[in-house]
Ligand binder design. Sequence first.
Ligand code: 5GP
Length: 210
Amino acid sequence: MIDTRFPSRKGQVLVLCAPSGTGKSTLVKSLRGEFAEVGFSISCTTREPRQGEAHGREYYFLSVEEFKTKRDAGEFAEWAEVHGNFYGTPKKPVEKMLFKGMDILFDIDFQGAMQLMETMSDGIFVFLMPPSYSELKARLEGRNTDSAEVIGRRLRNAMSEMASAPQFEYWIVNDDLDKAYSELRSIYLAGKNRPCTNPGLLESILSTWE
Ligand code: 5GP
């Protein structure tokens, strides 16, 4: 549902970034479940679908050639190579959702987030951290979705992902899922009250002055 109190409200961009296994997908699901006005950007990827994933729902699963063709045609708002696969955000759906005044949640890696910091500077950039390395390792091993080799690579990459945290506006430590969600929710809601998401609001109220 779009906020009809202020018809000129602009959709806000919320970027959530985290090392894989930090609990990002769960938080994304919770925010989308609670707020119908939060659209989600479905990315393209060259990685293999995991069990239960569907083309066009979690991702658009593309071959490397298909991905490169789209990338070279400028169809991505950002793209990056993550854990040995390509990932990219299709530009058009994002533009459409923002035009309709919907908010958009991006679940992307730090390289992509840094590209969006340049082009979507009004966005809210949140970095989610695990409480410790051992906790991250236990979570990745416990979810039983990836091979030992994939888990090893994701753990090695987590270090450089953590090193990007100072570029982000907000940090959330996921040591307790409910607390982490409540923090993300507060950041999202506070974003709705920024002047940049409400262009025209001040003017419309001032126009009522005698
Ligand atoms: P997974 O393969 O576990 O779904 O995602 C691996 C990583 O790729 C996650 O950190 C996820 O946020 C990131 N990712 C997913 N989609 C995109 C995208 O469109 N662009 C970028 N840069 N990263 C993405």
